[in-house]
Each structure stands twice: as C-alpha cells, then as structure tokens.
Ligand binder design. Structure first.
Ligand code: C5P
Length: 232
C-alpha cells in the first residue's frame, strides 16, 4: 500500500504582498497564514507526515507554537531559490528523515492557500490514489481571457474552452516527482514538471475558495472564508 505525505514549500518571500514579514506568516484569523493549511493537512488521517520546507534563513517559524501538531509535522530548513528547488530539496531531506518509498504519494501544497478544505483534500486523494500519473486540484476558467500588448491594450481574446486554473495540493508519487523536478527549469508548479516528461496529470475539480493569497486584499477574503467555515 502506498503511503501519503504532504509537503508545504514555505521558503518564499511573498514580495507581491508588499510586506517585510514573509507571506506565510502574515496574520490571518489570529494565526500565521501557514497554520491553516498545516492544520487541514495534519488532520487528514491518511497523511502520515506533513513536511514544511523553510528558507535556511527563516527567523519567524519559531515565534509560533506548533506543538498541537506533535510529531506529525516535520520542519526542513532547506528551501531553495525557486519553489521547484524548495520542493526538490524538501523531497531529498524528507527521505533522510523517514523511509519514503518510490510509489508513495506526495501532496505538495502552497503555504499561501490557507482555505484548502478537508473535503477538497479527500476528493483529491479519492480520485487519484489509483491513478497512474497523479494530478491536482483545479478550477475551470470562468472569466473571459484577454492577451495584452506592452501598452496594456488588448491584442486578442483567448478562448477559455478547456482552460483550467491550477491549484494545490498537487499529488504525485515520490520517485516520479523527484525525477520530474530534477529535469525541468522555469516552472511554477509540480504538474508542469510532470507534463514535461510527456505525462498527463489529472485535473480534479475544485472550487474558488482554495485560491492563492497573493495581494493584500486577498487576506480579507481568506479571513472571511475561514471565519464563516468556523461557524458552520
Ligand atoms: O510566490 P508563490 O506564491 O508562487 O509561492 C508559492 C509557494 O512556494 C509558497 O508557499 C512559497 O512560500 C513557496 N516558495 C518556496 N521557495 C521559493 C519560492 C516560493 O518554498 N524559493
């Protein structure tokens, strides 16, 4: 039986938020943002361990209390220059912490997606655990898409047919993901690396609540979603 592990790359600076504190630590519903995804992943019984990949220079993690997650949460101080480097370094470091088999599943999740829900996570695991390739949560594109020129004038309208927005978690087997990330550069998600091997990851229908907090106004929206969920 393949085991399940989660890995959260959290070594980015989040410069688009315009804040000195790295994005993953910005306050959201009275916790650092990363706490929310850590909690959702740690609560999932099938997931054996949750690895967090921090920048070697991270000075903020230890300012918070993570003891509720006990040994299920493992911190790796090996983040790299890009997200892909952080994931790849994390995969190698995780293997030296405990035995991970080639066919075990790794769910890579961005620290900046705090509104991941347990039901989305369950759906991802249910739909992919027998899959040959793996896949990711994603939503069909709803808006009309415009391609711009250098003067922010519309060059043309792109068709949105069959277009999806990639989210995380992205779920691939340990050996495949390591190989894929070793072989690619200039990618912004794990699925692109797997695609570059000629494989076709599966898109698992998600919803817009699992959006990535990128700009300052996104924080208020994430907070609303988390607070509303708490009262349900
Ligand atoms: O910058 P962006 O929002 O695309 O980052 C996505 C995720 O990748 C975040 O969780 C961020 O902390 C992480 N990341 C990383 N190492 C980097 C850059 C980003 O772990 N060098």
């Amino acid at each position: 039986m393949s085991k399940f592990f989660a890995l959260i790359p959290a070594a980015g600076s989040g410069s688009r938020m315009g804040n000195e504190l790295p994005k993953q630590y910005l306050s959201l519903a009275n916790k650092p943002m990363i706490y929310h995804a850590v909690k959702t992943l740690c609560q999932m019984q099938q997931i054996m361990r949750v690895f967090i990949v921090l920048a070697p220079s991270d000075n903020d993690w230890l300012n918070y209390d993570w003891s509720e997650f006990t040994e299920k949460l493992i911190v790796l101080n090996c983040g790299g220059a890009t997200r892909a480097d952080s994931v790849l370094n994390g995969l190698a470091a995780a293997q030296s912490e405990l035995t991970i088999d080639a066919n075990d599943w790794i769910l890579v999740h961005d620290a900046a997606r705090p509104c991941l829900s347990s039901s989305q996570l369950e759906k991802l695991i249910d739909e992919l655990s027998d899959d040959e390739v793996g896949g990711l949560l994603a939503t069909p594109v709803a808006d009309t898409l415009k391609r711009s020129n250098a003067n922010t004038r519309i060059k043309h309208t792109e068709s949105r047919d069959d277009l999806w927005q990639a989210q995380t978690p992205q779920m691939f087997r340990y050996a495949l993901l390591s190989k894929a990330l070793t072989n690619t550069t200039n990618i912004t998600d794990d699925a692109s690396a797997v695609e570059a091997l000629g494989l076709q990851p599966k898109l698992v229908h998600s919803d817009a609540y699992n959006f990535k907090v990128t700009y300052p106004q996104d924080l208020a929206l994430a907070e609303l979603i988390l607070k509303q969920r708490k009262t349900q």
